[in-house]
Structure formats: C-alpha cells, structure tokens
Design a protein around this ligand. Structure first.
Ligand SMILES: Cc1cc2nc3c(=O)[nH]c(=O)nc-3n(C[C@H](O)[C@H](O)[C@H](O)COP(=O)(O)OP(=O)(O)OC[C@H]3O[C@@H](n4cnc5c(N)ncnc54)[C@H](O)[C@@H]3O)c2cc1C
Length: 325
C-alpha cells in the first residue's frame, strides 16, 4: 500500500442523514469491529440534511394503497420505535395540520379529500437537523473532508480518489451522496428538486411545536420548532432548479404566511436566513438502498426525496446486517 493511501474495512461516502443513520445503527446497535472511514464534501457544499424542514409525519398516508405508501408507513413506524428507544437530542413531538388554499382547484380539493378526509391534524416529529446529526455522530468513525472524484475497482478493493489526488481503499463502500450528480453505474438515477424556505430564530410562539401545510396555489409550509424557537416559512414542492435563494418566491410565501397568521408579530421577529436544499427524486419517488447490481462490494443509499428523515433509519436497519456479515 502506497504512503498516500488510507485503508478501511468500510468507506461511507456522504455525511448527511443517510450516512449518519447507517453509522449509528452499525455502532450503537451492534458491536461491529469494522474500521470505518466517512468521506464527505460538506466543506464544499452543505448537505441537504442541513437545509431541511425535517419533520416526520404520516401526512395522510395509510397502508394498503401502493407499495410506496406501505413503505412510507413502515418508515414512519420504524422512526417512532427508533425515537422511543434512543431519545436523542434534536427531536421533539408536536402537531401537523393540513388545509386547502382558498384558490385550490377542484382537482386539488378532490386529492385533498381522498388523502386526508377529515383527518387534517396528526402527530408529527420535529427534528432540529444540526442537533440530531450531531447526536448521531460516532466517535469510532474517522470523518474526513474529501470530495470523491473517481471510483474504481482494483482486484477485490474499491479505490476512491478525491480532488486532491488522495486515495482511499476499502473492500466495501456505501455511496450516500444525496442529490449530487455523479454516481457510480448501477445506482438508480435521480432528478434534483430544490426546496426554499426562510428561517427565523429566537421566535416565541408558545411551548408546542406545530406545522401547517397549505395545499393548492403552489402550497405553503409554516413550521414552528418550539424547543429551538425557530419559525420556518417556505415551499412544499418547488419545481425550480435554482440553487441560490429565490427571493421573489420566498417573499410571495412570506406575504401569504403573514395573511394566514395575522396574530404572529412578523415585524418584530428579527432577521431571517434563506435556506435552499437540493432533494434527490428517484423515478416514481422511489428511494433506493441495497447492494448495487453488478458492482460487488458497493452499496448505495439514495433518492430519499421528501422523506429522508424516516427512510434513513429503515434503510440503516436493513443494510447494517448485510454490511457486517
Ligand atoms: C427544503 C427541504 C425540506 C425537506 N423537508 C423534509 C421533511 O420535512 N421530512 C423529511 O423526511 N425530509 C425532508 N426533506 C428531505 C431530506 O432532507 C433529504 O431527503 C435528506 O436530507 C437527504 O439526506 P442524504 O443523506 O441522502 O443527502 P445529503 O444530506 O445531501 O448528504 C449528502 C452528503 O454527501 C456528500 N457528498 C456528495 N457528493 C460527494 C462526493 N463526490 N464526495 C464526497 N462527499 C460527497 C455531501 O457533502 C453530503 O455530506 C427536505 C428537503 C429539503 C431540501
């Protein structure tokens, strides 16, 4: 092995929720002897997980209608169990509410009634991404800043090269890079879909966390994280591909939020930041986790789109045993 090479039993590329949930499962739930290296490009580009409104909620989904719906319910229930068993910092409970915009189309109305009926209020977990990701960090994992630019097999080992030319070698690799464009062959492709929102801090709106999702007219999402005193205002599903804050869009959403919540003292809330995250949407919104076909020793955790905070723990549970066997 050359002097510049770093060796590990397992390399995980990516340091968002997909990676952190997996490494937590590997080290907290099992006594794994694996030497693990986690490489991430987070110093070049913030992970989507840090620009996420991060709620976990069933949102009107019930079992028995589609395989994807069943998986979403399973992921939600799995997250509930994870939370009850681990009680990590950065997660609190509250209420999620949905309503229809006054200008919703008949089609929006029909979809809304089919999905929610009269169940417009439901329990919800509110995640503070920074705190929760920190709580999932593993002391036994070597975390390194490295933007992986090439990827090849040499015998039974994977050789990863970063943009500085450094080499990382392991027999097993997990690719968990969110919506980054370049993926090894065999991983289902995705489209990047942006989400834009405003984040106010030091807001006092009571002791309960809540969120409101208005359907129709392009949608509006307003979230209050009581424990962290944060108020988020933004989009639900924006087709825009803009990676910088879309201030025109955000101003429209903010004005809508002001009309919907006249009781909030908007003018005294203080400064706010705009956040933009890039979500990976697979075909038919299908997530992927498991071994990559035709690429021995390579696994992927990909295409979490709007449900990364629950999918990550289901994927972690199902992948961890395969990785340690
Ligand atoms: C505005 C918004 C709101 C959302 N709301 C919710 C919600 O309420 N509930 C929910 O469950 N989900 C929500 N999501 C989706 C959720 O946040 C994502 O699905 C999840 O964060 C994706 O996590 P990830 O680990 O797959 O990717 P990321 O968090 O993007 O992490 C990818 C990692 O890979 C690294 N990386 C990429 N390429 C390379 C490379 N070449 N070399 C090395 N490292 C690399 C990056 O640096 C990063 O560390 C939302 C997303 C957005 C944008």
């Amino acid at each position: 092995m050359g002097p510049g090479k770093k060796f590990a039993d397992l390399i995980v590329v990516g340091d968002g929720i997909a990676s952190r949930a997996l490494l937590y499962e590997l080290f907290k739930e099992r006594t794994t002897p694996l030497d693990v290296l986690c490489l991430s490009a987070s110093e070049f580009s913030s992970p989507c997980s840090l620009s996420s409104t991060a709620t976990v909620c069933l949102d009107g989904i019930t079992k028995g209608h589609s395989a994807l719906g069943d998986m979403l319910v399973q992921a939600y229930q799995n997250f509930e169990i994870f939370h009850e068993q681990n009680r990590l910092p950065g997660v609190s409970k509250g209420t999620h509410r949905v309503e229809l915009a006054s200008g919703a189309t008949p089609n929006d109305r029909e979809q809304f009634l089919r999905r929610y009926g009269n169940n417009i209020e439901m329990p919800c977990y509110f995640i503070h991404p920074h705190q929760f990701l920190k709580a999932l960090e593993q002391t036994r994992v070597r975390y390194e800043n490295a933007l992986v630019t090439s990827f090849q097999k040499s015998g039974h080992l994977w050789e990863l090269k970063d943009r500085e030319g450094r080499l990382y070698v392991a027999p097993k690799v997990v690719w968990a890079v969110g919506s980054w464009p370049k993926a090894p062959q065999g991983i289902p492709p995705h489209q990047s879909v942006m989400g834009h929102y405003l984040e106010y801090s030091s807001v006092q709106l009571g002791d309960e966390s809540w969120s409101l999702d208005i359907k129709g007219e392009g949608g509006l999402k307003v979230i209050y994280r009581a424990r962290e005193h944060e108020l988020l205002v933004g989009t639900v599903s924006e087709k825009s591909r803009v990676e910088t804050p879309d201030w025109a869009l955000l101003t429209r959403k903010l004005n809508w939020a002001k009309r919907r919540f006249p009781e909030i003292p908007w003018d005294t809330l203080g400064p706010h930041k705009a956040r933009v995250g890039s979500r990976a949407r697979g075909k038919g919104m299908q997530p992927f986790w498991g071994p990559v076909e035709g690429q021995e020793g390579l696994w992927a955790v990909a295409n979490f789109y709007k449900n990364g905070w629950s999918y990550a723990f289901l994927a972690a549970r199902q992948l961890a045993s395969a990785l340690t066997s």
